[in-house]
Design a protein around this ligand. Structure first.
Ligand code: ZN
Length: 357
């Protein structure tokens, strides 16, 4: 049996309740408490206060809580509400301290770009954004399983950056922007951002698919064996009758016909089984949230191999640190970067593979 992590499920419930107007309390990691609006309460048996645990064993500790998991009516309701609304919400990470000193030194200390000259040009405080995608993944074969996965994509580089996901519940998220005056930084086209999320999901679920397929192969071959044995016994029985039947040609013909039908039925049963056990995976986008925060963009001038271009690194007030820039080829984060005229600034892995090529 596969077990899925509850972190994404918890994040999803929290975000969805909040975006539907519920007041969510996250003080205690074990439980999720929601004070609902009247409209929201209508969907949950008129309850104005909901309390959930994500682990069944916690029910004894919180007897007034409800267990929420895949296949549970409360979760189905929440998924329904989220997809009905086709939610695209906007969140602003407010209350962040956006001043810091010695940025030039911090960048030089953290980010190394080898085989080129880099010059710190300027820094600017900008409004930066992420797309948070929530997907529901259903695995259907002889058995059905579901899970929710959240992916956060940085809109400046269209790279997946889930680091922020773990800190979202401790940050102050508002629907009003406190940094409205700030100009918005460059963003990649939305289809590229969405593609990055889809690629990540496909990659992320591939071990689960492999695991499930292995389980299916085992169960299927057991079932096929059972079917084959059943029809083999039939076959033996018919053949025995046939060997004893020496008088009537008509009965012999009937038994031969039975043998044929037995073989056809066996093939059909096996084909049906193979169809039933085939794994189908559905990925559905439930909702998207745009998350905004201020960041300081530090613009660098890169000169290498007679080429000159600009490369940005960011100071993030959430982590109070320079972020790892993303490789311009594979989009993995790294503080150690190499310059190539073809791709620009790339990670050590891409650099060494381009060197071999
Ligand atoms: Zn790379």
């Amino acid at each position: 049996m596969l077990s899925f992590g509850n972190d994404d499920l918890r994040d999803f419930c929290q975000q969805t309740f909040t975006s539907l107007g519920g007041l969510v309390d996250t003080e205690n990691d074990d439980i999720l408490e929601v004070v609902t609006t009247d409209e929201l309460a209508n969907n949950f048996n008129g309850k104005s206060y909901l309390k959930f645990v994500f682990d069944r064993t916690l029910l004894s500790q919180y007897p007034d809580a409800e267990f929420i998991s895949y296949g549970h009516p409360n979760l189905d309701m929440l998924i329904n509400l989220a997809s009905q609304k086709g939610l695209v919400t906007r969140w602003y990470l407010n209350g962040l301290q956006t001043t810091t000193g010695y940025l030039r030194d911090k960048v030089a200390k953290k980010v190394k770009i080898y085989n080129c000259k880099s010059k710190y040009l300027l820094d600017i405080l900008e409004r930066f954004s992420y797309c948070l995608f929530n997907f529901k993944i259903s695995y259907i074969s002889d058995d059905k399983k579901e899970e929710i996965k959240s992916v956060l994509v940085d809109r400046f580089s269209a790279a997946v950056n889930n680091k922020l996901l773990n800190t979202l519940d401790i940050l102050s998220m508002g629907t009003e922007c406190e940094f409205r005056g700030m100009s918005e930084g460059e963003i990649r086209p939305l289809n590229e951002v969405y593609q990055a999320a889809c690629d990540y999901i496909k990659n992320d679920i591939s071990p689960t698919i492999e695991n499930m397929k292995n389980g299916i192969v085992k169960r299927l071959s057991k079932e096929i064996m059972r079917i084959q044995n059943y029809y083999l016994e039939n076959e033996i029985e018919i053949k025995q009758k046939l060997s004893k039947e020496l008088k009537s040609n008509e009965r012999r013909q009937r038994l031969k016909q039975k043998l044929k039908i037995n073989a056809i039925e066996k093939e059909k049963k096996i084909l049906d089984l193979e169809e039933k056990y085939k794994l189908k995976v559905n990925i559905k986008l439930l909702n998207v949230a745009l998350i905004y925060q201020p960041k300081i963009k530090c613009k660098l001038e890169i000169i290498g191999d007679g080429n000159r271009f600009y490369f940005n690194v960011f100071w993030n007030p959430i982590f109070k640190d320079i972020e790892e820039p993303f490789c311009m080829k594979c989009k993995s984060p790294s503080y150690d970067m190499w310059f190539t005229p073809t791709f620009g600034v790339i990670c050590p892995t891409c650099y060494s593979s381009s060197y071999i090529d």
